[in-house]
Design a protein around this ligand. Sequence first.
Ligand code: DGL
Length: 275
Amino acid sequence: MQKARIGIFDSGVGGLTVLRELYRQLPSESILYFADTARLPYGNRQPAEIVQFVREILCWMESQGVKMVIMACNTSSALALETVQSEFDVPILGLILPGARAAVRQGRRIGVIATPATAASNAYRRAIQEMNPQCRVWQVGCPEFVPLIERNRIHDSYTMEVAREYLAPLQEQQIDTLIYGCTHYPLLARVLKSILPRSVQLVDPAVWVVQAAARELEALGLRDTGAALPTRFGVSGCPEEFGQRAVQWLGCTPTVEKVCLPQPESEPLPLKPLE
Ligand code: DGL
């Protein structure tokens, strides 16, 4: 079982920020990465739909023999983690608690940028205030970030404009800490850092969930110390498209398999059109 892969999943390329951390902190582990690109974005879907998607992904991951699953998606962590943890035998880790714990160590005026579903769930505020009731938390839903990142429009002036708009209410509150409450957002780090004062500490929950995974693997006697197998990538949408998008973040073109999961019963709520 030690040699089995760790399964990680997201709706798209956002989970690559967690994969990057896995490579850095746990280089001997073999990984199975799944991106639900056919149903992206998750962040403006209904909670019940997200729980259903997560169940389907976990069933598939279990059938692939993974030893642990890391939800590399805040939206899934906020809306589905507690429900599915009791439904599956495999250990499942989410981003919210590790991210909240790190933020509470760093500041007292905490901003969270997240998908609309994560912001509406209040998951970060609840977790942070349970850990430290003195902390104040402001959450902003950022519906346009994921589509812009997935369309590789990170360096557009429009993206900068949107980012300024999303960060303005947090800057007004003079936050001292900002959580990337969506795994896609560290890919915008340069844009966000160019807007925020240097004094604002940025928290990437990916760093902390991987640290928690390392501890859990150790405790369960599941830590692999041999050589890692090449990462296996699976997507529900177009493998070539994902490969092209992922190459800039991975530094090489991945081989991507098509995975057939059931199709959604409804479409996400319409997004504001991009300019
Ligand atoms: N990257 C994911 C997250 O952390 C999902 C983004 C989306 O599909 O809306 O929430």
